[in-house]
Ligand binder design. Structure first.
Ligand SMILES: Cc1cc2nc3c(=O)[nH]c(=O)nc-3n(C[C@H](O)[C@H](O)[C@H](O)COP(=O)(O)OP(=O)(O)OC[C@H]3O[C@@H](n4cnc5c(N)ncnc54)[C@H](O)[C@@H]3O)c2cc1C
Length: 391
């Protein structure tokens, strides 16, 4: 495991850091946005500035507006950007998963049309995989796409589609063959989110935000040249997308860290044995996860793909963020029940508490992550898969 950057990675880090220091708003500067549209305007501006500097999509090819860099440079950049208050969120899914999938498996014409506007921040993308009865068991999805007169007619419903209300295009997984076994009857498409027959309904969360949506398709039409996989090849396409999701290793995704907690509450909050015991456990977890992160980053530097052991990090981070936020809110006694956007650090704690539950579901629930760790990291016997190969 390497703990320090190679000379060329160190040079990249200082270039990224210098650019961020010159252009990015500092954390804690108290920047607020009037509404979602205000945030969206700021995000577009920030993405365009990054594209001009070559930091918009570091691993994607230069000919589409990407940085043409390595996966390790992407990790370094994300670590550096996490120290600033930048509005990147709406591009996370598009540039983290949809556009890399398009570049990996799409036709030249589709890459030419869609990659650059997404990288430069002009067009926003969402991922349309999960449905009311297909989340952990994604291959059970029921949204139908039928070939009619050379185009695909789509009917059905997606759920949890992050950012769909702002999106121009979506990466859609739909069932095209009812007679094939469930994993073999799927196909992946690009769908125009503004097309007739596509309706997006935001869902308000307990954080007060509406980040994800229900999306309904009623005879929405997709031209056949917007099909990304062969008919029936959608599962392979979906696995490509999820592989890119795993590349988000090394980013600073912890909501509160242990030392930040000490700063916030002061040492008096840890006067009793139980509180000290909790703090020690969280600190040790933090250290362990950091070391796992170094191992993943070292692997990336050697050209290896992140493996199933990444599930350990997500499993611990989600649970720990919730436990810590719970502890802090308890410490505030009756004031812990206060809500609002203008409470400085406290707003972040409150958000960590209310968003913690979502972190333990999105991108694989705790139980699914435990299955992955058991079967693919520890090599324990598999869960029975009664539906394997079944139509
Ligand atoms: C904040 C957030 C953002 C999201 N963004 C997107 C997005 O942009 N696009 C998208 O397509 N999806 C998105 N999702 C959906 C996400 O991928 C699913 O919610 C997730 O896969 C779980 O599926 P589910 O909600 O259908 O729960 P289910 O799969 O129905 O699970 C219900 C419960 O059963 C348990 N369970 C299920 N199967 C097993 C098993 N085999 N063994 C043990 N326990 C099991 C689960 O752990 C869970 O506790 C998002 C979700 C969240 C919370």
């Amino acid at each position: 495991m390497d703990f320090s950057d190679t000379p060329s990675d160190a040079a990249f880090r200082s270039r990224a850091r210098a650019w961020l220091e010159a252009h990015a708003p500092k954390r804690g500067a108290g920047r607020t946005f009037k509404d979602d549209m205000d945030l969206l305007r700021a995000a577009r501006g920030w993405q365009a500035a990054k594209a001009d500097a070559g930091f918009a999509a570091i691993t994607l090819p230069k000919k589409y507006g990407g940085g043409g860099g390595t996966a390790i440079e992407q990790v370094i950049y994300r670590q550096e950007e996490a120290r600033f208050d930048t509005p990147f969120g709406v591009y996370e899914i598009g540039l983290g998963m949809c556009i890399p999938t398009l570049i990996e498996i799409g036709s030249d014409a589709l890459k030419e049309r869609y990659a650059r506007p997404a990288i430069c921040g002009k067009e926003i993308w969402c991922q349309l995989f999960s449905e009311p009865s297909a989340g952990s068991d994604l291959a059970a999805l029921r949204t139908r796409a039928e070939l009619v007169d050379g185009s695909w007619r789509v009917n059905g419903q997606k759920l949890w589609s992050t950012g769909a209300q702002f999106s121009d295009f979506g990466l859609l997984l739909a069932r095209t063959d009812l007679n094939a076994p469930k994993h073999a009857g799927l196909t992946m498409f690009i769908i125009d989110m503004k097309a007739a027959g596509v309706e997006v309904r935001p869902i308000k969360q307990m954080t007060g935000e509406a980040e994800f949506n229900e999306v309904f398709f009623s005879d929405a039409i997709i031209p056949d040249d917007h099909r990304l996989t062969v008919p029936g090849g959608g599962w392979k396409g979906a696995m490509t997308t999820l592989m890119f999701e795993r590349l988000n290793v090394g980013a600073d995704i912890g909501l509160i860290d242990t030392l930040g907690l000490l700063d916030l509450l002061g040492t008096d909050a840890f006067a009793d044995d139980l509180a000290r015991d909790l703090l020690a456990r969280w600190y040790l977890n933090d250290r362990g996860l950091k070391l796992l992160g170094y191992r993943a980053v070292t692997g990336l530097a050697k050209g290896q793909m992140p493996g199933p052991e990444q599930s350990i990090t997500k499993l611990y981070l989600g649970r720990q963020a919730q436990e810590m936020a719970d502890f802090v809110l308890d410490q505030r006694r009756e004031y812990g029940a206060l809500t609002g956007k203008d409470l400085g650090d406290w707003s972040a704690i409150e958000r960590a508490w209310s968003f913690g539950a979502a972190m333990r579901i999105a991108g694989g629930t705790d139980e699914i992550l435990r299955n992955i760790i058991a079967e693919r990291v520890l090599g324990l016997p598999s869960e029975p898969r009664a539906d394997k190969g079944v139509r």
